[in-house]
Each structure stands twice: as C-alpha cells, then as structure tokens.
Design a protein around this ligand. Structure first.
Ligand SMILES: O=C(O)CCC(=O)C(=O)O
Length: 310
C-alpha cells in the first residue's frame, strides 16, 4: 500500500511559522547581530524616537541622577537607595506586606507555571493581564528619578515592560534551576531592572541578588548558553568578580541584566526573600510586542502613556 503525504505542498501552519520566526529572533537577539536589527527597527520609527527623546528631556535632572546613570553605563549597576522616592518605596512595601499576610490564601489561588522557588503574589491585581496605572508598583516604576537614570543610559525614554513581586523560598533537596543559575536577560538588547528589597538581605542564606559587573560579564557576550552553573562561570571569570547585593529592607538598585550575568534566590532553610522588580527595555522591541501589561486609570501624562505604551 502506498500513502500520499497530503500536507506536502500546503503552506506551513501559521503557528509553526511564528515559532520559527521567534526562534530566529531568539538567536539574533543573543548576539551582536541583535544591535543591527535594533538599529534597523529604530530607523523605521524615527519620529516616534524623536518624540520619546523630547519627553525624556522634559524630566527633571539632578547631579546625583546623572552620576547614577554614568555608573549604570560603566558598571552595569547602581545602588539608588538614597536617590529614589522613599515614600513610594514604602507604599510598595506596605502593599507587599498585605499580600504576604494573605500568603496561604494567595498560594492556593496561584496559577500554575510559576518557578517552584518563586511565589507570585500579584495575580489577583491583574485585569486581563494588566495592572492599573495607579497601582503602587507602577507608580514606583514611573518616578522621574528612575526614568531619568535609565533613560539617560539608554539615550531614550524607557518602556516599562513589567512589574513583579516575588517571594523566594527555600527549595530543599532540589537542584538549582532557572534564575538560581547564572544567566543574562534577553528580553531585548537593553534590559534594566529596578529592584527593591522588601525584606532584609543580610547574608548569603537570604538568597541575595548576585551578579558580575558589566566589565567581567563581557566574557559571556554572544553566548547562546542560557543558564550556567557556578563552575561554568567561574572557569571564565574566577569567583572574585562576583558581587552579592547584601542590603537592608527598602534598598533599591538598578541592574542592566542584559549585560551583567546574574542569579539569586538561593534561599537557605528558614529564610525567605521578598523582592519588587520593575523591568524596562528600549523601544522598539525586538520581539513582537506582548499584550498590554498596563491599563489606564486616572489622569496620565503623555510621558507616562509613552513609557507604558498606552
Ligand atoms: O531571584 C533573584 O535574585 C534573581 C532574579 C533574576 O534573575 C531576574 O530578575 O532576572
């Protein structure tokens, strides 16, 4: 009996085509070829870029913000605890405390698919996957100091891509996985994360955010490897390049996580860590734009709308 392949000359299903396209972007984004693609995409949207730069220039400026931006450019990270708005950080912390007080209830409702050492506590704050723009987590991310420091580094008004609250807990007898291993973030070519520690991170047992500054991290540029063990990393840099962010509650720092190799959440028994993260990228995005992450509530400036693509 002979069989006929009736699918042979049909066009590939749309889904398969999309995933091949994504795979190609995935590879390009991880190498310096991504910069060429980024420049090409930018050149197609020059008026939008000019508008973003004009908005960035409307933001106030201060010498300590300019200095922080220079440090972010040179080293790939900067501690902004003394620069950012303490009141906004406290609002984030008290909102987060409210979630932790309802931990058992929220864990029970958590959607599947979260990493085992991370508990995501904000699922209930989303409407169709989007945060209200007056949410304290969004207000912190929109503060002028953060936008100016990251914007001056990117030479562009940043796009706020996401805000997250993560409670990291110990995972006894499990191999390290995902963000507990060394990696770079490849959401785009420039990715800056603004963190707030919402619990004290006093030593290694508290699972500090741990990273290698931009200079020594260069050894891992253009690598297609995703997540690496300590041994793989230290074979190239030695352990001395490593910095652990040991800092008290309400400390805030910005890291260019596309340039600085990093890991964290290696929590030891009886410890836990609560962390706020806001992620920014530079428009236009290399990957197709995901569904809207923010929904307008209340009055918004043109600048806020542009930062959140509303
Ligand atoms: O949990 C940590 O400290 C690591 C976080 C991380 O890898 C990230 O936000 O990209």
């Amino acid at each position: 009996m002979t069989t006929v392949d009736t699918t042979a000359d049909r066009p590939a299903p749309k889904k398969a085509k999309i995933s091949q396209f994504r795979r190609l972007l995935w590879h390009v984004n991880r190498t310096d070829l991504g910069w060429v693609l980024k420049a090409a995409l930018t050149s197609l949207q020059l008026p939008a870029r000019a508008k973003r730069i004009a908005l960035l220039k409307q933001l106030p400026t201060k010498p300590e913000w300019a200095e922080a931006s220079r440090k972010l450019e040179a080293d790939g990270y900067v501690d902004v605890s003394s620069i950012v708005d303490r009141g906004l950080a406290e609002a984030v912390a008290s909102f987060a405390d409210g979630k932790v007080n309802r931990l058992q209830e929220l864990v029970g409702r958590q959607r599947e698919g979260h990493k085992s050492f991370w508990v995501s506590l904000l699922d209930e704050d989303l409407v169709n996957g989007a945060f209200a723009t007056d949410h304290p987590f969004v207000r912190y991310a929109l503060q002028p100091a953060a936008l100016r420091i990251i914007g001056d580094f990117m030479h562009d008004l940043p796009q706020l891509s996401d805000v997250v609250l993560t409670l990291s807990q110990p995972t006894p007898n499990q191999a390290l996985s995902f963000s507990q291993l060394w990696h770079l973030d490849h959401d785009d070519k420039r990715v800056c994360k603004l963190f707030i520690y919402l619990t004290d991170v006093q030593d290694t047992a508290d699972g500090p955010f741990t990273f290698i500054p931009a200079g020594p991290s260069k050894a891992f540029r253009n690598s297609l490897k995703s997540h690496m063990s300590d041994a793989q990393v230290f074979a190239k840099t030695g352990p001395d390049a490593v910095k652990e962010m040991i800092a008290p509650r309400l400390s805030s720092f910005i890291v260019n996580t596309a340039r600085c190799l990093h890991m964290g959440s290696r929590i030891q028994s009886d410890h836990s860590r609560l962390l706020y993260t806001a992620t920014y990228i530079q428009q236009p995005r290399i990957f197709p734009e995901p569904p809207a992450r923010f929904r307008a509530v209340g009055a918004l400036s043109d600048l806020d709308r542009t930062v959140m693509r509303l």
